[in-house]
Design a protein around this ligand. Structure first.
Ligand SMILES: Cc1cc2nc3c(=O)[nH]c(=O)nc-3n(C[C@H](O)[C@H](O)[C@H](O)COP(=O)(O)OP(=O)(O)OC[C@H]3O[C@@H](n4cnc5c(N)ncnc54)[C@H](O)[C@@H]3O)c2cc1C
Ligand SMILES: NC(=O)c1ccc[n+]([C@@H]2O[C@H](COP(=O)([O-])OP(=O)(O)OC[C@H]3O[C@@H](n4cnc5c(N)ncnc54)[C@H](O)[C@@H]3O)[C@@H](O)[C@H]2O)c1
Length: 453
């Protein structure tokens, strides 16, 4: 017999979990369907455990910066506290009982299993049929994508999920993909002693970011001993029981482990979106400003293609909840989506890159300040690499994008996010007082460069 509820939430990623709880607390009857772990990728395999890895690797790097600045330090990496912290503190052994209890305490009916939309307003999970009176909210997120490379399928390669579960650091690691996951993870394992090579098909690392960010990260990685192959096409993968070999057509690379970090995919066909008139072969589910995807269907998170970040999923979730409850509010706006790549230096960015702004035919000028040349950068010395880059719409007199790279680049980004989001005139930014000697004072130097441009 079908179970009737007001809303069925399929996939309890960060936004879906939060939205299900809010809808239940608002008095609706809500079923939350989850195939794996309540909370999704972020707490168990992504943001949280990887940032614990980054924190540990950062401590090692700081220890190695002691000589010449503060005496002597001998750094002997040990992965076991990292693995232990991820297992015990972050993920409770990849057990979501605490999250499930929190959700059910809010009144959400948790349905474990893979949900499939079988008709408008109908979701099937195993032998259960859920009927949604008001609608279906989709937050199915993404899975690691496997590029179609000869021989890859069937080998014991790592994705982010295996990497965060690693109990020891491999002697050598090949990283396929120099995007965000690849860059963050490569640096962590290299700092813990692995010989790391990144193989990236694009002509630069972090290809979504400003070219200056790519150059900076490539240079830091080079100094730290990572090998980077950009513009590289992998034609085959082999695993002989002990090690992986990547064939680059002319060059062969071998390592104990292979991490595939080549992007993500969503299974829209498996979700049965055709039953509500959506394209099951598409990569994403298009949504309007209220997160509506079809009549009685809302979608949020990675699957909407508006930025694969936890903060985007949660932002969209709040808008969907408001719309499902029939409340008024501003539609979603993505002008000032912040993003931080937690390498060292951190790469914080918001809004448009220079190239994106020019592609939109905006009248653009840029301002640039190198952190090493600021007072704080000079004082900081070891590990001071970074910059602030501003992208201004000259007609409007407002920043449409910015990058803050360096130690705490993600924190410096806060000020720039406010500027882009609130459309603060660059004239007003120039009149601000920037505390001396901070990293964020580089914004003032970049503003001066904007004028000189
Ligand atoms: C290694 C890594 C590090 C990252 N670090 C950061 C970071 O530092 N900061 C940041 O903002 N973002 C980070 N991200 C991105 C972030 O993890 C995602 O953007 C975030 O998890 C939001 O995802 P989501 O809400 O779309 O759903 P997801 O977290 O992907 O969760 C979707 C859930 O839906 C479930 N599901 C799927 N299909 C079905 C179905 N048919 N029925 C039932 N359940 C289903 C899945 O089991 C999953 O639990 C990182 C990603 C990776 C891979
Ligand atoms: N700090 C954060 O907020 C954070 C951290 C990790 C991930 N994320 C999110 O997760 C998303 C997915 O991350 P990702 O790194 O998996 O994807 P990505 O799209 O950022 O990077 C994938 C990279 O793999 C390369 N690639 C694809 N196929 C390849 C092949 N056959 N050979 C070599 N290189 C290949 C691509 O050119 C690209 O540079 C990101 O876009 C980001 O939004 C966020």
């Amino acid at each position: 017999m079908a179970e009737d509820v007001d809303v069925v939430v399929i996939g309890l990623g960060p936004g879906g979990e939060d939205a299900a709880g809010r809808l239940a607390e608002a008095g609706l009857s809500v079923a939350g369907v989850e195939a794996r772990l309540v909370g999704g990728e972020c707490p168990y395999y992504a943001c949280v455990p990887t940032k614990m890895m980054v924190r540990a690797a950062g401590l090692l790097a700081e220890g190695r910066r002691v000589p010449g600045m503060a005496g002597d330090a001998t750094v002997r990496p040990d992965w076991s506290p990292v693995a232990g912290r991820i297992r015990d503190e972050a993920t409770d052994g990849w057990n979501d009982q605490a999250a499930a209890d929190r959700l059910t305490a809010k009144g959400v009916r948790l349905v474990r299993g893979r949900g499939r939309i079988t008709a408008p307003g109908e979701v099937t999970v195993g032998d259960r049929t859920l009927r949604a009176r008001r609608g279906i909210l989709i937050d199915i997120g993404t899975e690691p994508a496997a590029p179609p490379i000869d021989g890859l399928d069937g080998t014991p390669y790592w994705t982010n999920r295996e990497a965060v579960r690693a109990e020891r650091v491999p002697g050598s690691l090949l990283v396929l993909g120099g995007g965000v996951v690849g860059a963050e993870t490569a640096q962590v394992f290299a700092r813990f002693g692995a010989d790391v090579t990144i193989v990236e098909v694009a002509d630069r690392l972090l290809a979504q970011d400003e070219p200056e960010s790519s150059e900076l990260i490539a240079e830091v990685f080079r100094k730290e001993g990572l090998l980077v192959r950009t513009g590289a096409t992998v034609t085959g993968v082999r695993h002989d029981g002990d090690s992986f070999t990547l064939d680059l057509g002319g060059e062969r690379l071998t390592a104990e482990r292979l991490l595939v970090a080549a992007g993500r995919r969503s299974d829209l066909r498996g979700l049965g979106v055709a039953a509500v008139g959506l394209d099951e072969d598409a990569r994403t589910i298009p949504v309007d400003g209220n997160m509506r995807a079809a009549d009685g269907v809302w979608a949020i998170g990675d699957v909407t293609g508006k930025g694969q970040f936890t903060h985007v999923s949660m932002y969209q979730g709040r808008i969907a909840v408001r719309d499902i409850l029939g409340e008024e509010g501003s539609p979603a706006a993505y002008r000032a989506v912040p993003r931080v790549t937690f390498t060292d230096p951190e790469i914080g960015a918001v809004g448009l890159t220079e190239a994106q702004a020019r592609d939109q035919n905006l009248p653009v000028r840029t301002g640039f300040a190198r952190l090493e040349e600021t007072a704080r950068g000079w004082i900081h010395k070891a590990g001071n690499e970074g910059f602030v880059k501003l992208v201004e719409d000259t007609e409007w007199g407002v920043l449409v994008g910015a990058t803050a790279a360096g130690p705490s680049g993600g924190e410096v980004l806060g000020a720039l996010s406010v500027a882009v989001h609130a459309e603060v005139p660059t004239g007003a930014l120039r009149e601000m007082i920037y505390a001396y000697p901070t990293f964020h004072r580089a914004i003032e130097a970049a503003l001066a460069d904007l004028d000189g441009a």
